[in-house]
Design a protein around this ligand. Structure first.
Ligand SMILES: Cc1cc2nc3c(=O)[nH]c(=O)nc-3n(C[C@H](O)[C@H](O)[C@H](O)COP(=O)(O)OP(=O)(O)OC[C@H]3O[C@@H](n4cnc5c(N)ncnc54)[C@H](O)[C@@H]3O)c2cc1C
Length: 505
């Protein structure tokens, strides 16, 4: 972390105070110095290795290669792990910067409750996804609807979709159902999109839905949904991505205890079963460049010892790291391509896992807080369990707090003041989900930071991603960014495409 980037100006601090907006609600009017609950150590992104690369290492020379492999996968998130698990019989290695694979699909445990640090549920069990989960021995559980509860935070006012929004919400669902059943649905892979679907990408979701006469009232919900899932409010999101994601309100969703970390763990186990030591964690890649004989040379360093660069050669380099970052470490690539990759705007995200003692609240899976300043929605970590298996005297609520201003959010995450970040969330939970803090007592808040959690799916994103090459010589791009929509399905689609190219040779 450079000291300059860690500095927060007063303007920036004010701009970034609330996660969702400019307002912040602090109990007693100031940042909580000693909150009446424990604050766990940070989880999520480790910034130091990435900033060391940004601040100079990306230009550092590569040492002589230590070894050669058939396939080197750079990044052990869902996409990279999927590539490696589908090619498990090959001579391969996965280089992962963090101490654990999974990317944004990781989990931790409090007592006997597994909770997600990021990615939580899946939508699509059709082929090829359903079959893939089956080969991993996973049985996704239906957990009702993605938007189980929508709350205004006004006492006595329930879910507006059961009251004043009922017909507007029904209109939205009907529109999405019609689009979903049409051949022009804006789906994945984006390479197969029809011309009418691509026309959606030129519009914002806001403009598209308004042109379809969707009630403006609903945008309180739509903005929270888009910010949480796609990085910005509806007016700043591609209608292609927005319609694709929103369609989930018409279908059941599926989850595992601890969220999508279960998929990552199953893949990692499969890769390791085929050969120990193939997933190298704490390995930050700082350069990927063409080498003689059709090889790619990959420079990396032990994230704990940035001064000791290492190198290996691979017949195939599969870059499963975010594009904004991959563009910085790819060498010998057309500058226009890398410029497009590095210019993708990234959101920043705080996830607060709130651990409660006492009788668990009767919360459904996903509760949305409409108009809340500090978080968008909260997932009950135990709602995925059958009722008989839920703990009786403790629970965990996974609270999603995307920053409305990604840059200001990153500065706050870098500054790392956990008490100040947790306080407004806890305060607003009291208003929107009073039952969460009702009979139960908050004993610990565990914060996870995602500095560049995923790209913002702005209008034009699908066209941009379609225009970028998937293959540059023997370097393949295989990150969810390639679909322009941050989802498990995007990661798998990209992985499958890379695997197909490699299998064809
Ligand atoms: C908070 C949050 C909640 C989400 N919830 C859902 C959800 O419920 N359902 C859903 O479908 N999607 C969800 N998503 C999105 C979805 O989970 C992601 O799009 C998907 O998991 C991304 O997988 P990936 O492998 O493409 O990328 P990532 O998860 O970004 O993985 C990239 C990996 O590359 C590694 N890496 C990066 N740079 C380097 C380097 N230089 N050297 C070595 N390794 C490197 C990273 O450490 C990381 O492990 C969520 C995302 C977030 C942030």
């Amino acid at each position: 972390m450079s000291s300059q980037s860690a500095m927060v100006t007063r303007r920036e601090a004010i701009a970034g105070l609330g996660s969702l907006g400019a307002l912040i609600i602090l109990p007693g009017g100031g940042a909580a110095q000693e909150p009446p609950y424990l604050l766990g150590e940070w989880t999520g992104d480790s910034f130091a290795p990435m900033h060391a690369i940004r601040d100079g290492l990306s230009r550092a020379p590569l040492p002589p290669p230590e070894r050669r492999v058939d396939i080197a996968v750079i990044g052990g998130g869902l996409a990279g792990l999927a590539v490696a698990s589908l090619l498990q019989d090959r001579d391969l290695i996965v280089l992962e910067r963090e101490s654990e694979p999974g990317g944004v699909a990781k989990s931790k445990r409090w007592r006997d409750v597994d909770y997600a640090l990021g990615s939580a549920y899946i939508i699509d069990l059709s082929e090829p996804f359903g079959g893939f989960y089956e080969t991993l021995g996973l049985a996704p559980r239906p957990v009702s609807a993605p938007v189980d509860t929508a709350l205004t935070g006004v006492a006595g006012e329930g879910d507006p979709r059961d009251g004043k929004w009922r017909s507007a919400y029904d209109d939205l669902k009907a529109l999405l159902r019609r689009l979903h059943d049409s051949p022009d649905f804006p789906g994945m892979p984006i390479s197969q999109a029809s011309a009418p679907a691509l026309a959606l990408d030129r519009l914002s979701l806001f403009d598209f839905l308004r042109s379809e006469h969707i009630d403006a009232e609903l945008f309180r919900f739509l903005d929270a949904f888009c910010l949480s899932a796609l990085g910005a409010p509806a007016a700043e999101i591609s209608a292609y991505a927005g319609v694709n994601f929103l369609s989930e309100i018409n279908s059941p969703i599926y989850a595992f205890p601890g969220g999508n970390a279960a998929i990552a763990r199953a893949m990692a186990a499969r890769i390791s079963r085929a050969g120990e030591g193939r997933i190298v964690t704490g390995a930050a890649v700082y350069a990927i460049e063409p080498a003689e004989g059709g090889y790619a040379r990959i420079g990396w360093f032990d994230a704990l010892h940035p001064g000791e660069p290492r190198c290996l050669e691979a017949r195939w380099a599969v870059v499963a790291a975010p594009y904004f970052f991959a563009g910085r470490v790819l060498r010998g690539v057309d500058p226009a391509t890398t410029a497009t990759m590095t210019s993708q705007k990234q959101g920043s995200y705080l996830v607060a896992n709130c651990c409660f003692e006492g009788p668990p609240p009767e919360l459904r899976y996903d509760s949305w807080a409409l108009g809340a300043q500090s978080f968008s929605d909260a997932i009950s970590a135990t709602a995925v369990l059958p009722a008989a298996e839920r703990p009786k005297n403790h629970s965990v609520l996974t609270v999603y707090a995307p920053f409305r201003d990604p840059h200001a959010g990153r500065l706050r995450l870098l500054a790392g003041d956990r008490a100040a970040l947790a306080a407004p969330i806890v305060e607003e939970l009291r208003r929107f989900l009073p039952e969460a803090l009702g009979a139960a007592r908050l004993v610990e808040a565990r914060l996870t930071r995602w500095g560049h959690h995923h790209l913002i799916a702005a209008p034009g994103i699908v066209a941009t991603m379609r225009a970028l090459p998937k293959r540059i010589g023997n370097v393949l791009l295989a990150h969810s960014d390639g679909q322009g929509m941050p989802a498990v399905e995007s990661a798998l689609v990209e992985a499958l495409s890379a695997v197909e190219i490699i299998k064809k040779g």
